[in-house]
Write a protein that binds this ligand. Structure first.
Ligand code: AMP
Length: 509
């Protein structure tokens, strides 16, 4: 890596405690700088374009909603890799010509990061880079490995040296240590050991690589600009640069882009697809098309279903901006009540969730939203939000409506109650912090001080996506946040069932 990385990356020196020898893989027992290793992120990669880094910066800008804490780009100029990784927003660091000039080359990968609780440290900022036997490898990852801690602990025990506390590093370490020959074989050998969710882009000195986990939990699409292939999390990152959408990367598919063109590999045993339903509820940008489905239209349909299931006698439908807007439009149209902007959002404050502590998070909510008194005073208001996680937003917003003179406040949520944490790269906290896991419907209503409260049902969310009841064509989305039906093993949480079995057999013999 050239010297220009040295300054920012050096700032990241901090003290990670090593794992205790013999610790159970089921219970992570070491402090990872307060970083839970879970990340919500956006990824982008382009191959063969003279303005690779500038285009990657624009792509990351369009993916900013997927992660606002840090951003990074690694570019390859035919001889050397160049890396710029920064804390903060893409626009703060990657809009200057000087930064882009430090990233020469016609191939680049980039990443926006949105860590969960705990501080983000610079050495976790992606793309992560390592020099392997075969040359450099940069990896940018969206998702979360559900056996990442277990693999990491094993690797450290075997002598691997970790530079970060990010689970993404496991990909680099496993690729480096693979006994296979060619880089693609080593890379897929590494991925075959990983459980959980990943949408990855990686860069070698000859190839841009994209990979999606066998269930396709997180999204990844293939696009094209001036004949140059692009891999990115969402189609909105193609739109910003005028690139053409080619297709979704399939579950379990590995895409290799090099001088010979684009190749598709299917190195893993086939499994049915289980994309995450929460991308449609909250995470993806409304102007993106995910698996052929407009996120905006889907959210509107969720609002319309909610209106059918849980109408409210009201004068105005008010969205919790911005994420509640499409569902509120759908709700208002379906029940014939006027849609009004009864809450105004200050767009210059980051997302509520990026603040690490509850106190700051609460402060963030107040900074972010204000009641539009002219719309709500004296009215019966239906508030629409896309989801309730901890309940922080709802409590504040209901109170805000009352203070602005609303006569009644009815809360409607355009997704089912989130009762289970996510382990696949979306920041939902431990179960005991999820409002719907702690309280029943009436308890939640009282907690937030609303006159009534209703959530969209599970069947309702599938109806909104065009699948009625037990329609056998209904694709198996993963809806674990609402049902607890996790699509993979949760090895870091529960231990490795195969190993447990083996040790039971050993004990028995
Ligand atoms: P809470 O205030 O904890 O109940 O969170 C709910 C609010 O956060 C809603 O307005 C959602 O739009 C938004 N939200 C839902 N899921 C997430 C997430 N994973 N990260 C950030 N914000 C979220």
């Amino acid at each position: 890596m050239p010297e220009n990385n040295a300054a920012p990356d050096d700032l990241a020196l901090d003290t990670t405690l090593p794992p205790r020898a013999g610790a159970s893989p089921a219970q992570p027992d070491f402090d990872l700088d307060g970083d839970t290793l879970r990340e919500e992120c956006g990824v982008f990669g382009i191959f063969g374009h003279p303005a690779a880094a500038a285009i990657t910066a624009l792509g990351l800008h369009a993916l900013q909603h997927r992660g606002q804490e840090a951003a990074g780009i690694v570019a390859f100029d035919g001889a050397r890799f160049h890396s710029e990784r920064r804390m903060g927003l893409v626009g703060d660091h990657f809009s200057s010509a000087a930064t882009i000039e430090r990233l020469p080359g016609s191939a680049a990968v980039g990443h926006v990061r949105y860590s969960t609780t705990g501080e983000t440290i610079l050495r976790n900022v992606q793309p992560l880079f390592a020099e392997l036997e075969s040359g450099g490898l940069a990896v940018a990852h969206n998702g979360n490995f559900t056996n990442g801690l277990t693999l990491r602990r094993e690797l450290i025990r075997e002598g691997a040296i970790c530079q970060s506390t990010s689970d993404t590093e496991v990909v680099l370490l496993l690729t480096a240590r693979s006994r296979r020959g060619r880089i693609m074989d080593r890379f897929t050998d590494a991925l075959s050991q990983i459980e959980g969710a990943y949408a990855l882009v990686a860069l070698t000195n000859k190839k841009l690589i994209g990979a999606r986990d066998p269930l396709g939990i997180r999204p990844l699409v293939l696009g094209e600009l001036d004949g140059c292939p692009i891999l990115c999390s969402e189609t909105c990152a193609l739109d910003i640069i005028g690139a053409r959408f080619v297709r979704d990367i399939e579950n379990g598919e590995v895409i290799v882009v090099d001088a010979a063109g684009v190749r598709s590999l299917k190195p893993f045993p086939h499994q049915p697809m289980r994309p995450c339903i929460f991308e449609y509820v909250y995470f993806a940008r409304p102007d993106s098309i995910v698996h052929g489905r407009s996120v905006y239209e889907t959210r509107k349909a969720m609002g319309a279903e909610l209106a059918k299931e849980s109408p409210a006698d009201a004068d105005v439908v008010v969205p919790v901006p911005d994420s509640g807007v499409p569902a509120a439009l759908g709700y208002a149209a379906a029940c014939g009540v006027p849609f009004e902007l009864g809450i105004i959002r200050n767009h210059y404050v980051g997302r509520t969730f990026i603040q690490p502590t509850q106190a700051i998070r609460e402060l963030g909510v107040r900074l972010k939203h204000n009641a539009n008194r002219a719309v709500v005073a004296g009215k019966r208001v239906v508030l629409i939000d896309d989801s309730i996680v901890r309940g922080t937003t709802s409590v504040k917003i209901v109170q805000m409506m009352r203070e602005a003179g609303a006569r009644e406040v009815h809360m409607r949520i355009s997704s089912p109650p989130i009762t289970h944490p996510d382990f696949y790269g979306i920041d939902t906290p431990e179960r005991d912090k999820l409002l719907a896991a702690r309280m029943d419907l009436e308890g939640m209503r009282r907690f937030m001080g609303a006159d009534s409260l209703a959530f969209l049902s599970i069947d309702g969310i599938y109806r909104a996506m065009g699948y009625a009841g037990r329609d056998p064509r209904r694709p198996q989305f993963t809806d674990h946040c609402f049902t607890g039906d996790y699509p993979t093993r949760l090895t870091d949480q529960h231990g490795d069932p195969d190993r447990r079995q083996m040790s039971l057999l050993a004990e028995a013999s």
